[in-house]
Design a protein around this ligand. Structure first.
Ligand SMILES: NC(=O)c1ccc[n+]([C@@H]2O[C@H](COP(=O)([O-])OP(=O)(O)OC[C@H]3O[C@@H](n4cnc5c(N)ncnc54)[C@H](O)[C@@H]3O)[C@@H](O)[C@H]2O)c1
Length: 334
């Protein structure tokens, strides 16, 4: 019998890709999403339950109605700058939301949770690449909410919930079939912002900081293709269902690219010149974040297959051409 999995945030960027991967793996993804940031049109592989992740009764009802065997929890607020300006909203959605979900899982006897965590739980790392045993010292409210959720989920082990936290590095790219992709009303991520600038959707694109202690002076991040991330969730779910121990895993590729290297790949994928106006460095932006992904590789069998820079940029561009038809009439066709 097909096993249903409740996917909170299933209408969002990573959640929708995870729903596709779950369906491909034989599960029924039930997207639980209030559509505050996601898109109903991205729910294509199972039913949609419209609800707030802080609504414990609605979560319980959804878990029971679909006889869900597990939960993958993406629903959250995740913009770092916004989290510093509006901490209460972040604690409310991320921490209170996760607690409501854990309580609903306990009430319904749903045993397994895969939780969306982030490299932001490490803060400014002392050593690279970053292993899961590195110090957990987030430098922003967003990272702190995620770390609290990780610990809360682990503590709920006493109440019968087994949780795996997946600490993503930079999610990027889009579904190679172009069925879904990254689309936000207020975009903060580098690749979509660069592409939206090329398409004439934003006019304030900037490179934040050019005095980082890196070879070209711009910040270095580990970019992981969203299709690979999605697959990582299926592997983590199977791992829990096969009796794996709770814990945390980095999902990254193990090497990084600078902002300028990313913009070069965007230019190549789009066939356009990519302007890179210099802006000020943002507070709390680490110099370099690169994962040590060996634990996920050896324990979960995680092997990224789409995360080379060319595939990331090309799938993202293909998606952006559909999601954001050119507004910029003067741009040459790409
Ligand atoms: N994008 C990244 O690079 C990245 C990196 C690390 C971690 N993460 C984590 O991955 C998860 C998904 O990120 P994303 O980039 O897909 O974000 P997203 O904003 O595209 O998706 C979040 C989804 O959650 C839903 N949601 C928000 N608040 C809700 C609420 N109160 N009740 C119900 N649904 C609600 C939104 O409508 C949206 O569909 C988040 O938890 C984020 O913190 C993302």
């Amino acid at each position: 019998m097909t096993q249903a999995v409740l996917v909170t945030g299933g209408a969002g960027y990573i959640g929708a890709h995870a729903c596709k991967a779950l369906a491909k793996a034989g599960y029924l993804p039930v997207a639980y999403d209030d559509l505050s940031l996601g898109h109903a049109a991205h729910i294509k592989w199972g039913p949609h339950v419209q609800g707030d992740v802080r609504d414990r009764a609605a979560l319980e009802a959804a878990l029971r109605a679909h006889k869900a065997v597990a939960v993958i929890h993406f629903a959250a607020l995740s913009a770092v700058g916004e989290s510093m300006a509006e901490p209460a909203r972040y604690y409310d959605t991320n921490v209170r939301g996760t607690m409501a979900l854990l309580d609903a899982m306990v009430a319904t006897g749903t045993p397994h949770l895969v939780f969306s965590s982030t490299a932001a739980v490490y803060g400014e790392p002392e050593k690279l690449p970053i292993s899961e045993d590195a110090a957990l010292a987030p430098v922003n409210v967003y990272g702190r909410t995620k770390l609290i959720c990780e610990r809360m989920a682990a503590d709920y082990g006493v109440h019968g919930v087994k949780a795996v936290a997946l600490r993503y590095f930079n999610a990027s790219g889009a579904d190679p079939d172009t069925e879904i992709g990254e689309k936000r009303a207020a975009e903060t991520h580098l690749i979509p912002r660069a592409m939206m600038a090329l398409q004439g959707y934003i006019h304030d694109f900037q490179v934040f900081g050019s005095d980082f202690p890196t070879p070209d002076g711009t910040a270095i991040r580990d970019y992981i293709h969203v299709t690979d991330l999605a697959e990582g969730h299926v592997l983590a779910l199977r791992y829990l269902q096969n009796g794996g121990d709770p814990g945390a895993f980095n999902l990254g590729v193990g090497h990084g690219y600078s902002v300028l290297e990313i913009l070069k790949a965007v230019a190549a994928a789009s066939g356009r010149e990519m302007p890179a106006p210099k802006g000020a460095r943002r507070a709390g932006d680490p110099n370099m974040l690169v994962a040590d992904p060996s634990r996920a590789r050896t324990t979960l069998g995680f092997e990224p297959a789409h995360s080379d820079l060319k595939t990331i940029a090309e799938t993202a561009w293909k998606w952006h051409r559909i999601a954001h038809p050119a507004r910029n009439d003067s741009a040459p066709p790409g």
